[in-house]
Design a protein around this ligand. Structure first.
Ligand SMILES: Cc1cc2nc3c(=O)[nH]c(=O)nc-3n(C[C@H](O)[C@H](O)[C@H](O)COP(=O)(O)OP(=O)(O)OC[C@H]3O[C@@H](n4cnc5c(N)ncnc54)[C@H](O)[C@@H]3O)c2cc1C
Length: 369
């Protein structure tokens, strides 16, 4: 079909997978991404040698539970290794009493990490998407279904606004962000309520990473794992490369977003380092570098509603596309995955569903590709 164009909103893992699926069928695709980089919640910080990366977003996948992730790891031949769990671990109670356990819980099934960080997955998929139209730094502001059944997307790129026509759209935005896209015809109120009610997984979290000259905790027989009720880090793990050459510890702040903002990064950083000293010894006092990545500060991930701490993994459901939009809009993104919602696997799973349904629709309606 002439001028046929499928637009995918969002170049996170879900958008990249959807783009790859459609690209391999020969369907013309445009990927529109608000940030200056692809990956969305996947963000890895390169070390000086450029080889090892520290994951500021997701670090783990679980091969036994994540068939689509495993397929990508195999397809891209990405070296991977289990999360370091050899050695003693610590439990710190709310009063600061620390217990050393002679072992570390082995996650079951084991958590795997990708050499080069999760960014290696993003780069690998991106390299397969040669020839597709990428619009980075470009925010979708509004979406309109026109009387001739084509779609007009209102875009903003570096302050410049323009309207991009499309034949159909796949959105991979978390439901709360999708709600804020101005739509004509408008999203039904009940739909908006449901989307607002669907938390964006990990959007309220912040990660702390401290880099050291040596993995001194490993030398002292510790795995780097600790659980703490005192905080500010609730859960700590080793973030080094396989050999422990690039030594690092990471933790998730247990402090709710609003308190983190009141405390400020300088105080949080110092408290996190003090905690690492309590647990692993005074060598933790002088990291080469310490980084805080607070996802609540990322407007292309979190909304004001994500300031509410989550105490359990939400139940995610398959998407319902508003009636007037059916056949024009498909919804993906991990929060629309019924089996693995919230996880990397869910981002892939939802993109699989959306692209399969879209291709089935094109086939059924006799649309020539
Ligand atoms: C700290 C942290 C740790 C995590 N740990 C793990 C883990 O260990 N294992 C695991 O499986 N999962 C983990 N997750 C979850 C995992 O990161 C997500 O499930 C996955 O990355 C979601 O991918 P996605 O493509 O669905 O969404 P996103 O990555 O959020 O992609 C959405 C994209 O849309 C873009 N966008 C937003 N608004 C607009 C707009 N208006 N116009 C254009 N583009 C827009 C965004 O910039 C983004 O690139 C973690 C997440 C975080 C934050």
């Amino acid at each position: 079909m002439q001028n046929d164009l499928t637009i995918i909103i969002g170049a996170g893992l879900s958008g990249l997978h959807a783009a790859w699926r459609l690209h391999t069928t020969g369907l013309p695709v445009m990927l529109i991404e608000a940030r200056e980089r692809p990956g969305g919640r996947i963000l890895s910080l390169p070390m000086r040698d450029g080889a090892h990366h520290l994951d500021l977003g997701p670090s783990w996948y679980w091969p036994e539970l994540n068939p689509l992730m495993s397929e990508w790891v195999q397809r891209l031949k990405l070296p991977h290794y289990p999360q370091q769990t050899q050695g003693a671990s610590f439990i710190e109670d709310a009063n600061g009493v620390i217990r050393r356990l002679p072992y570390t819980w082995e996650p079951s099934p084991p958590s795997m990490r990708i050499r080069g960080g999760m960014a290696a997955l993003v780069n690998g998929i991106q390299n397969l998407l040669t020839g597709i139209d990428w619009q980075m730094n470009t925010r979708v502001e509004a979406i309109q279904l026109l009387p001739d059944h084509s779609i007009a997307l209102s875009l903003v790129q570096k302050g410049q606004r323009w309207v991009q026509p499309a034949t159909r759209v796949i959105s991979t935005l978390p439901p709360r962000l999708l709600c804020d896209i101005n739509s004509t015809p408008p999203w039904p109120d009940a739909q908006k309520r449901q989307w607002r009610h669907t938390p964006t997984w990990m959007a309220g979290h912040a990660k702390f990473i401290a880099l050291y000259e040596r993995a001194f905790w490993r030398e002292a027989g510790c795995s780097g794992t600790a659980m703490s009720q005192r905080g500010p880090l609730g859960e700590i793990h080793d973030a080094s490369d396989e050999q422990g050459k690039h030594a690092a510890l990471f933790g998730f702040f247990g402090v709710p977003p609003i308190h983190r903002q009141n405390m400020g990064n300088a105080v949080l950083r110092q408290q996190a380092i003090d905690q690492l000293c309590r647990l692993f010894g005074t060598q933790a006092k002088t990291p080469i570098r310490a980084v805080i990545q607070d996802w609540t500060q990322e407007s292309f991930t979190a909304t004001a509603l994500d300031q509410q701490p989550l105490y359990h993994h939400p139940v995610y459901e398959p998407p319902t596309v508003p009636t007037e939009w059916q056949g024009h809009l498909w919804l993906a993104g991990t929060e629309f995955a019924p089996l693995s919602g919230g996880f990397l696997e869910g981002a892939l799973e939802s993109a699989e569903y959306a692209t399969k349904e879209l291709l089935y629709f094109l086939n059924r309606t006799g649309t020539a590709i």
